[in-house]
Write a protein that binds this ligand. Structure first.
Ligand code: DOR
Ligand code: ZN
Ligand code: ZN
Length: 352
C-alpha cells in the first residue's frame, strides 16, 4: 500500500557535522547527504569541534568549508567561552544562536564559573542561547536568563524534572523554548544496556517514567521541537577504550516520528509544528522557496546500517521497523532526493 503526502522540508536546529577537525566522523558533504535523505532541508551546526567555533576566523572557516559543497542548507551556532564573549557583537549576524555548555560532554567548551556565565548572558542578546544543561544545572540557566532577559533554548530535554522546570519558567514569563531528541523519545535506559557504547550519549538514556513525561510534553505543547542531536562517532571510536558520547540521528528522526503518527501517538499537524514550523519561528529561519518533501505514510522498512548516508555508518535504531518513508526532497525547485538517489549539491550556507 502507499499513501504519499507533501510536508514542509524539515529543520534541525541541533547537529554536529564535525568539520573541521573530526572529519573521520562526518563532514559537510556526508552530513548534509544524511540530512537530505532524512527529509531535512536545513540544519544548524554546533560549535564543539576539536578547535571550537569561538572566534570570527573559526566561524569563517566553517562557512567557507560548507560553501564548497552542501546537499542541504546549513547555518551555524557560535560557541560560548570566556574568550569568545569579545566577538559576540561582530559575529551575531552570521549565526542563529549561541551554544553554551554547562555540563561536560564532547569537546572543550564548558563554562562553570558564575562570573563568566553572567558575562555570557549579559552580552548575548536578541538571539537564543542554546544550553546543554542537565537536571539541576538547567535551574541555573533559567535563573540567569530571567535575570538578563535572554531567550533561552533548552537542548535535548530528557528528564521529567526538566519538563516541569520549563513549564514553570514559561508560566513565570521567561522566553524559553526546548527540544527533545528521538533517542530520548524512543529508547530508555533498558536499551542502553543492549546497545552498549552505541547507546551512550549526553544526556544519557533515561527511565520509562522520564520518557512518558517527554511524550506528555509533546502532546500538551510544552516541548516546542524535535531535534536530532546528530552526533556521529566512528565504530572504532565507540569500541575503543574511552567511549565518546553521541549517536547519529538525521536519517532516523522523521521515519520514527511518522511511525508514531501511524501508531496514533502523534498527529501529523503536531509533527509539522515540531520539525518545521516551530524551529523556523524560534530561530527566525528565512523561508526556503519552493522547498518541500514527500513521504509515503504506509511504506514500512527496517533501519539498516548499510543504507545510511552518515559517514559513521551505524544507528542505535538499526534493526527497528518503521512505517513512513521519505520519497522525495525538493530544495528550491531542485530534486535533491528521489527516495533512493541523492542529487546536487543544491544546498546553500544560510548566514541569517
Ligand atoms: O552525546 C553527545 N554528543 N552530547 C553532546 O552534548 C555532544 C555530542 C557530541 O558532540 O558528540
Ligand atoms: Zn548537548
Ligand atoms: Zn549536541
Amino acid at each position: 500500500m502507499s499513501k504519499t503526502i507533501k510536508l514542509p522540508g524539515l529543520i534541525d536546529v541541533h547537529v554536529h557535522l564535525r568539520a573541521p577537525g573530526a572529519t573521520q566522523k562526518e563532514d559537510f558533504q556526508t552530513g548534509t547527504k544524511a540530512a537530505i535523505a532524512g527529509g531535512y532541508t536545513l540544519v544548524l551546526d554546533m560549535p564543539n569541534n576539536p578547535e571550537p567555533t569561538v572566534s570570527p576566523e573559526a566561524l569563517q572557516q566553517k562557512i567557507d568549508l560548507a560553501k564548497a559543497r552542501v546537499y542541504s542548507d546549513v547555518g551555524f551556532h557560535f560557541g560560548a567561552s570566556k574568550e569568545s564573549i569579545q566577538y559576540f557583537e561582530s559575529i551575531k549576524d552570521k549565526v542563529f544562536g549561541l551554544k553554551l555548555y554547562m555540563n561536560h560532554t564532547t569537546g572543550e567548551l564548558l563554562i562553570e564559573d558564575e562570573k563568566v556565565l553572567e558575562e555570557v548572558f549579559l552580552n548575548w542578546i536578541k538571539k537564543p542561547i542554546l544550553v546543554h544543561a542537565e537536571g539541576e544545572t538547567l535551574q541555573k540557566a533559567v535563573i540567569l536568563a530571567k535575570k538578563f532577559g535572554n531567550k533561552l533554548h533548552v537542548c535535548h530535554v530528557s528528564l521529567k524534572e526538566e519538563v516541569e522546570l520549563i513549564k514553570k519558567a514559561r508560566e513565570d514569563g521567561l522566553k524559553v523554548s526546548c527540544e527533545v531528541t528521538c533517542h530520548h523519545l524512543f529508547l530508555t535506559e533498558d536499551d542502553a544496556l543492549r546497545l552498549g557504547p552505541f547507546g551512550q550519549m549526553r544526556p544519557p538514556l533515561r527511565s520509562k517514567h522520564d520518557q512518558q513525561a517527554l511524550w506528555q510534553g509533546i502532546t500538551d505543547g510544552t516541548i516546542d521541537m524535535v531535534a536530532s542531536d546528530h552526533a556521529p562517532h566512528t565504530k572504532e571510536e565507540k569500541l575503543g577504550e574511552k567511549v565518546p558520547n553521541g549517536v547519529p540521528g538525521l536519517e532516523t528522526t522523521l521515519p520514527l516520528l511518522l511511525t508514531a503518527v501511524n501508531d496514533g501517538r502523534l498527529t501529523m499537524d503536531r509533527l509539522i509544528e515540531l520539525t518545521s514550523t516551530n524551529p523556523r519561528k524560534v530561530f527566525k529561519i528565512p523561508e526556503q522557496e519552493n522547498t518541500y518533501i514527500e513521504v509515503d505514510l504506509e511504506e514500512s522498512y527496517e533501519i539498516k546500517n548499510e543504507n545510511l548516508q552518515t559517514k559513521c555508518g551505524w544507528s542505535p535504531f538499526a534493526g527497528m521497523k518503521v512505517t513512513g518513508k521519505v520519497k522525495k526532497v525538493v530544495l528550491r525547485g531542485n530534486i535533491a532526493y528521489d527516495g533512493q538517489n541523492l542529487f546536487g549539491p543544491y544546498g546553500q550556507v544560510n548566514i541569517t
